[in-house]
Design a protein around this ligand. Structure first.
Ligand SMILES: [Zn+2]
Length: 309
């Protein structure tokens, strides 16, 4: 009788614990493997992978992903008007460093600046959008119509800069078999498959040339592709909070917040980009995502809102 009870306890308690333990070990091994494979990848191979994806999306793309390059060792040599995460923000004469909260003299963290490219219609092409972190749902967002090195100035009074990452823009092709109603990426609806167009599994289908290229470096191409798209994320996949998406439709972290309306004219604002905390901190809360919108009629006053998981 006692033997039966011990067998039952073993089956109920220890067997699931052993299975869980093995799964955790396999998970850690998989993470270590993909980090090792990514660290061995040359910049040329990484660029070749990104180039294949971008080329596949040259005619019909859903959005762009801004992929973090290696951290800038010499930020002073970088183009001050280029897209980047961390470092020092672009600013022009007459501006001051924004506060993190109303009435509190704490300087806000500079998070990201995105140079909107030709994928956007006027008046957005070439504009530079700069986002600072506020202790609030709405963030501080500044927009520059004609950013340039001669017009730029260094803002004083900010906190210690975060690690700086240059951002490489990669067009993401529309999933195979998924038809969009229009060629305009702003009008493209979310795909019915439930997986994002930049999910590594989907990209391997959309861009068949990727698999043989990645298989020369790994037995699991999707894992390595995830590490290439989100190199700061120490795992074999990635979360929304590990990425920067430019254009397309917003991918909401928790719930669809609906169209954002301009505070000046009440019209629906255009989605510009979304990003998480690429430096892996808690600036945007626990794996939060910031969404930036702008009104075509009032482009100097974009809106940035944060969702947290
Ligand atoms: Zn407006």
């Amino acid at each position: 009788m006692n033997g039966d009870i011990y067998s039952l306890i073993f089956a109920i308690v220890f067997v699931p614990m052993m299975v869980l333990g093995w799964l955790l070990i396999l998970d850690r091994l998989r993470i270590r493997r993909v980090r090792r494979e990514y660290s061995r990848l040359t910049v040329e191979t990484r660029d070749q992978v990104l180039s294949l994806i971008d080329h596949a999306g040259r005619e019909r793309f859903t959005c762009s992903v801004l992929v973090a390059d290696t951290p800038n060792s010499d930020p002073n040599s970088a183009d001050v008007t280029a897209s980047r995460y961390g470092g020092s923000p672009y600013a022009e004469a007459g501006e001051t460093w924004p506060d993190a909260a109303t009435g509190k003299p704490t300087p806000a963290d500079f998070l990201i600046q995105v140079r909107l490219d030709e994928k956007f219609p006027p008046p957005w092409i070439g504009r530079l959008v700069v986002v600072f972190n506020r202790f609030d749902v709405e963030q501080t967002v500044r927009c520059y119509a004609t950013p340039s090195t001669p017009r730029s100035m260094t803002l004083s009074g900010g906190p210690t800069p975060q690690k700086e990452w240059s951002l490489l823009s990669v067009r993401i092709p529309i999933q195979i078999g998924v038809e969009s109603s229009t060629a305009d990426p702003q009008e493209t609806m979310p795909t019915p498959a439930g997986l994002l167009d930049y999910d590594p599994v989907i990209l391997l289908e959309s861009v068949p040339e990727l698999t043989p290229l990645l298989k020369a470096h790994t037995s699991k191409p999707a894992d390595l592709l995830a590490a290439i798209l989100a190199p700061n994320h120490a795992s074999y996949g990635f979360e929304l909070s590990d990425l920067v998406q430019q254009g397309g439709q917003p991918v909401w972290l928790i719930e669809d917040a609906g169209p954002r309306l301009c505070q000046h004219c009440g019209k629906a604002m255009r989605f510009l980009f979304q990003f998480g905390d690429l430096n892996g901190g808690i600036t945007l809360g626990d794996a939060g995502v910031c969404y930036v919108f702008g009104c075509d009629e009032h482009p100097n006053d974009p809106l940035g809102i944060v969702q947290m998981s």
